[in-house]
Design a protein around this ligand. Structure first.
Ligand code: UD1
Length: 438
């Protein structure tokens, strides 16, 4: 069984989740720091002088891969439980090793900080989940505006900037990664940079908080215009800091979906309901009862879920990362639902796996029509990608009988021991198989 581009190909090839479905989930779960929040922050820790302490750093294989890249570049990294300390003082390399780069797309975040700090970076095309075409043209075009010269040779991008200069950059699409990368690169560009059409995800606001605590003059994150004051003096003033990563709204959505799928009841702790509002509203449409407080979300699922019609979109729209868990809920609802994917076309590969569990989903041109029957049946399925894998776990928890989810290395990229978290809520879910080295 091939499992893709992550390090788990070597060590976790035979691991799978075995789930006995039909248990009603109940209890409390405390959210981890966000995967999509911590990855750009780890890259940003290259910018200031001195060490940064990152609190609530989740134990994910993507985080381990990013730390490995930072170490390969010469940084010192130390982890003690959920605290990761990074010191970029001994940074000695600006070429990101190709085999590490291919493990995950987030390695692209290193471009901005390395250009700001060293004026150069060499990398190959990044890897990551296979959820459709994921170019980096918006990153590259933005960097060119700041004066970066980019040469493409034999699959490598060689980026150099003797002196970057602040500029006005207009993103034609609010790419999360390009917004974050350009915010960080702009710190090394003399004068002011204006990023228009910026993405507005909460993780971008969190990156801004980290940069501000380091002393950076960045503002506007959370709106579509971000302003950065950069240059040599600004860079020289940056100092390492301590920062707690924001809660993972996608992990939160996955746990809520698991509760909704099993007719359960759950209190999410360390949650930020404002960041999850579009998902919470859909859960309400489907019949769930929700209570929000500033840092918790409580859900009580109905006996039967109702269908819904949803379209994904950039924040504050419905997050594409929760599209797959929602697809599972729609299969479990009674009646016809519609789901439109506008960001990553290949996410609907999850539908083929759900079909093995009895789902009736028709997909055409980025739209899915789901004829929900209220039931799914246990089957052997394969996680097609990170969030698709989580959706299959949710399906397995609700299904009648036993489900085996294979290719779980994808799931480990974004969920810290999902089986233990679900287990504390009463799920019968275990990790099986032995570690095998190739
Ligand atoms: C980030 C998230 C990912 C989430 C996605 C959309 C992280 C680590 N990952 O990914 O979980 O699903 O946002 O919310 O934060 N695009 C281009 N050219 C580019 C860049 C992007 O065409 O240079 C396109 C992509 O192909 C995609 C869309 O823009 O269709 C959104 O991509 P983007 O927002 O950049 O996603 P990521 O930052 O990769």
């Amino acid at each position: 069984m091939e499992c893709g581009k992550t390090d788990c190909v070597e060590v976790r090839i035979v691991e799978c989740f075995e789930i006995i479905g039909g248990k009603r989930l109940q209890g409390e779960y405390t959210l981890s720091g966000a995967k999509n929040g911590v990855l750009p922050i780890l890259a940003a820790a290259l910018l200031p002088e001195g060490e940064s302490r990152i609190l609530d750093c989740p134990g994910l294989s993507d985080v381990a891969a990013m730390v490995q890249i930072l170490e390969a570049l010469g940084c010192r990294a130390e982890r003690e439980g959920r605290v990761l300390t990074l010191d970029p003082q001994a940074l000695c390399c600006t070429e990101i090793p190709a085999e590490l780069m291919k493990r995950m797309r987030s390695s692209v975040f290193l471009m901005g900080p390395l250009l700001a700090r060293c004026g150069e970076v060499t990398l190959c095309c990044p890897g990551g989940c296979d959820i459709g075409c994921r170019p980096i043209d918006l990153h590259l075009e933005g960097l060119k505006k700041l004066g970066v010269e980019i040469r493409e040779e034999g699959g490598l991008f060689r980026c150099r900037a003797a002196r970057m200069k602040g500029a006005e950059i207009r993103l034609p699409f609010p790419s999360v990664g390009a917004t974050e990368n350009l915010m960080m690169a702009a710190l090394g560009a003399e004068g002011e940079t204006l990023i228009r059409g910026a993405a507005r995800e909460p993780e971008i606001v969190d990156l801004q908080h980290f940069l501000q605590k380091c002393g950076a003059r960045v503002r506007g994150a959370g709106t579509s215009v971000i302003r950065v004051k950069g240059g040599r003096t600004q860079m020289a003033a940056l100092r390492g800091t301590e920062h707690r990563v924001l809660p993972d709204r996608i992990e939160g959505g996955t746990y809520l979906a698991a509760a909704a799928a099993t007719g359960g009841e759950l209190l999410l702790q360390n949650a930020c309901p404002d960041h999850m509002e579009s998902f919470l509203q859909v859960l309400e449409t489907m019949g769930c009862r929700l209570l929000r407080s500033p840092d918790t979300v409580y859900i009580k699922a109905p006996g039967r879920l109702r269908p819904a019609a949803v379209r994904t979109g950039p924040h504050p729209g419905f997050p594409t990362d929760l599209q797959s868990p929602l697809l599972t809920l729609m299969c479990l609802a009674e009646g016809e639902s519609q789901l439109e994917e506008t960001i990553f076309e290949a996410r609907f590969r999850t539908a083929e796996e759900l079909a093995k569990m009895g789902a009736a989903v028709t997909v055409s041109e980025g739209r899915a029509r789901i004829r929900g029957t209220g039931r799914l049946f246990g089957a052997r399925v394969q996680a097609p990608d990170l969030r698709g894998g989580a959706a299959l776990v949710v399906a397995g928890l609700a299904a009648e009988g036993k489900t085996i989810v294979e290719n779980i290395c994808h799931i480990d990229r974004g969920y810290d021991t999902l089986e233990l978290g679900m287990g504390t809520l009463g799920a019968e879910m275990i990790r099986k198989g032995q570690n095998k080295k190739k």
